[in-house]
Design a protein around this ligand. Structure first.
Ligand code: GLU
Length: 313
């Protein structure tokens, strides 16, 4: 028997949803509903600065308005630090981590190239510190924690996976990110680790999100392997860009749901415009989320959408 598809919404409550977030959420929801699966809602408020009850309230309300429902949750990452700490301990007990004292300025001054998503290739500066040196530095400042990735020639550090939209992917961790952070120096677990732990413990087996996170998947798959978790299926969906090529962001007030809801009685016009971009609706058609379920397939999304999508509101 085929496993039930379990997908998720995993929003960071940092502001009002905009058309780009709605598009990714719509694709995640259609991926689940078209397969008769289950949807999890997880609020990614891991960073104490992301604690924003009003933004969460608006987010839940916007999802209801859009007709994008869920079966489990909302779960809050801010409630889950103990499970993250346990996963961190597992990695530490395997001898796969080390304290890193590099400052942000030092990291950026290093010769490392920067990937387009802001990932910095870590040069391994703190990997070989002697215990006495670690002690001396600990007295001066709190370290972050890094995960050791296999050296370049080691096949276990070459991660291959198939993305439902972007096809076959391959990444050598030693070349793209190097030893990466699993805990920040302020004690907050890193996004990469939290998301892997959450997806596994919540039974998520289909991860659908914007393609700005395509470059995080290899790190997440590597963590899944170390922690003995199943690897989910990945589908990274195109980002929406404004006609001038600028990526839509929460700063584009004209496209946030507060503005859109002030002008539209229902979500059908917006959903129709988003669905049109991946061939699921006719130009100018207004359509509900539920009416899109039977039109949806990953093949249609893949055929329509390799590049970023230009979106005019
Ligand atoms: N919380 C992330 C965001 O809002 C998404 C994380 C993920 O989908 O893995 O961009």
């Amino acid at each position: 028997m085929k496993d039930t598809v379990v997908g998720r919404f995993a929003p960071t409550p940092s502001g009002r949803m905009h058309a780009g977030n709605v598009f990714a959420a719509l694709m995640a929801w259609l991926g689940v509903r078209s397969a008769g699966g289950q949807m999890v809602l997880r609020i990614e408020d891991l960073d104490p600065r992301a604690h924003n009850p009003e933004a969460v309230r608006l987010l839940l309300d916007d999802l209801h308005w859009l007709g994008l429902d869920w079966d489990k949750g909302p779960y809050y990452q801010s409630d889950r630090s103990e499970v993250y700490r346990e996963a961190l301990r597992t990695l530490e007990d395997k001898g796969l981590t080390y304290p890193c004292f590099c400052t942000r300025a030092e990291l950026h001054a290093a010769t490392a190239p920067h990937a387009s998503d802001g990932t910095v290739l870590y040069a391994g500066t703190c990997r070989g510190l002697l215990a006495t040196e670690v002690e001396r530095r600990r007295a001066l400042r709190a370290p972050a924690t890094r995960l050791i990735v296999p050296d370049e020639g080691d096949p276990s550090g070459a991660i291959s996976f198939y993305d439902l939209v972007f096809g076959s992917q391959r990444e050598v961790l030693a070349r793209t990110c190097g030893d990466f952070l699993v805990r920040r120096s302020d004690g907050v677990v890193a996004y990469q680790l939290a998301v892997v732990v959450d997806d596994a413990l919540m039974g998520v087996n289909q991860v659908v999100r914007g393609n700005d996170l395509l470059g995080s998947s290899a790190r997440q798959i590597y963590l899944q392997r170390l922690l003995g978790y199943e690897q989910p299926t990945y589908a990274h969906v195109p980002l929406l860009v404004a006609p001038d090529g600028r990526r839509l962001s929460k700063r584009d007030r004209d496209l946030d749901l507060g503005e859109i809801r002030a002008h539209d009685a229902g979500p059908e016009r917006l959903l129709g415009m988003l669905a049109t971009t991946v061939g699921l609706a006719q130009e100018g058609e207004a359509v509900s989320a539920s009416a899109l379920v039977e039109r949806f397939s990953w093949d249609r999304v893949r055929a329509a959408a390799k590049e970023n999508i230009v979106f005019e509101s």
